[in-house]
Design a protein around this ligand. Structure first.
Ligand code: ADP
Ligand code: MG
Length: 339
């Protein structure tokens, strides 16, 4: 007897051992889930959709896909400094493929459990593979002021930082496209960055009250920075000389082959870092006075952060090299309707 819609939900998504607790007053099973916000908090909400052939290759490991579908949503909460609470899952599936569902849900729940984030509802339908998750998070309100990190708070003179590693997901994509070659061990590192991004939730929480603006890097660093600049009415200067250090594969490669440096050209590396996309790191600004505090927050959350530039009062984005000379900016971030 094939598994129907409700059997499928029950077997793969409804976990009886997760009791309603805390903010989640009612989970899966009724027409709505219920959340009870704690006094002095706001609920942060964000949705992200993943479409087969658009955001992932249809042959991707389903456990990785389950992880990534939730990770990209948790990354949005991280960018707002929100603590994950719960999520819903709207799923279109071409057919009921039980091994696929088993792997998908395990990958998703492993990450959900690591963040104490419960699946509280969703929708399941037949159709081309499409995954839409909505996450709910919590942000404190102090003296009537939301502590959420927003895109609009950057000020001239602030430092500009990016967390973790950037560019590897694009590198993995380019290997798949055949435009560059990587040996197998390095490709595995890059591939992992593409398939299983780490949402920087702990860093986002640690940056509350410290970062002046934040966004997560999903479409490409420069494009996402553009959103901060627009919302904050300012400009920025980026030191591109730090870019190669941001690529995880690069540092591993360098350690192993100190004198030999043959893979992607500097030009390509800049492209991957500045416009690669799919990184799910945090790009944020903070006053110069907070430099020590930012490093302390980075250490406390076990997430490296790199200072890559500064915010200017003059509008526009300027790229410079280590000597301060202008670097031409012909990097373009991802746009679903332009690309
Ligand atoms: P309705 O028809 O009232 O929208 P459904 O029959 O679609 O409700 O879903 C029944 C219950 O299962 C609801 O609580 C819904 O939130 C939940 N649900 C449906 N699909 C999923 C899913 N993919 N993951 C988690 N919960 C789901
Ligand atoms: Mg429904």
């Amino acid at each position: 007897m094939p598994l129907g819609e409700f059997g499928l939900i029950e077997r793969y998504f409804q976990r009886p051992h997760v009791p309603a607790a805390g903010v989640v007053a009612l989970g899966i099973g009724d027409d709505c889930a219920l959340l009870t916000p704690r006094t002095g908090t706001q609920i942060a909400v964000s949705s992200d959709m993943l479409v087969a052939g658009r955001h992932f290759f249809p042959d991707v490991n389903p456990a990785h896909l389950g992880h990534k579908a939730l990770a990209v949503n948790l990354s949005d909460l991280a960018a707002c400094g929100a603590k994950p609470l719960a999520f819903t899952l709207a799923l279109a599936l071409p057919q009921v493929d039980e091994p696929w569902l088993e792997a998908f849900s395990s990958g998703m729940f492993a990450l959900a459990d690591a963040h104490g984030c419960s699946l509280i509802g969703g929708d399941t339908t037949q159709g081309p593979l499409n995954i839409c998750i909505t996450v709910f998070g919590e942000v404190p309100v102090v003296d009537g002021t939301s502590q959420a990190l927003l895109r609009s708070g950057a000020r001239a003179g602030d430092d500009l930082y990016v967390s973790g590693r950037v560019g590897d997901a694009r590198l993995a994509l380019e290997v798949r496209r055949g435009t560059v070659h990587l040996d197998e061990a390095l490709l595995r590192v890059a591939q992992l960055r593409m398939d299983q991004p780490t949402p920087r939730v702990a860093l986002g929480l640690a940056l509350r009250g410290m970062a002046s603006a934040a966004i997560d890097v999903s479409d490409g660093l420069l494009g996402d920075l553009g959103h901060i600049l627009k919302a904050s009415h300012c400009g920025a200067t980026i030191d591109t000389s730090v870019a190669p250090e941001l690529i995880a594969v690069n540092s591993i490669f360098k350690r192993a082959n100190a004198d030999f440096y043959a893979f992607p050209t500097l030009e390509q590396q800049l492209q991957y870092v500045l416009a690669g996309g799919d990184d799910y790191e945090l790009l944020f600004t903070a006053p110069q006075l907070a430099r020590d505090a930012v490093q302390t927050a980075a250490q406390a959350s076990n997430t490296p952060v790199t200072r890559i530039g500064r915010i200017d009062s003059e509008a526009g984005l300027r790229l410079v090299d280590a000597k301060g000379n202008t670097v031409a900016n012909d990097f373009r971030s991802f746009d679903h309707f332009a690309d």
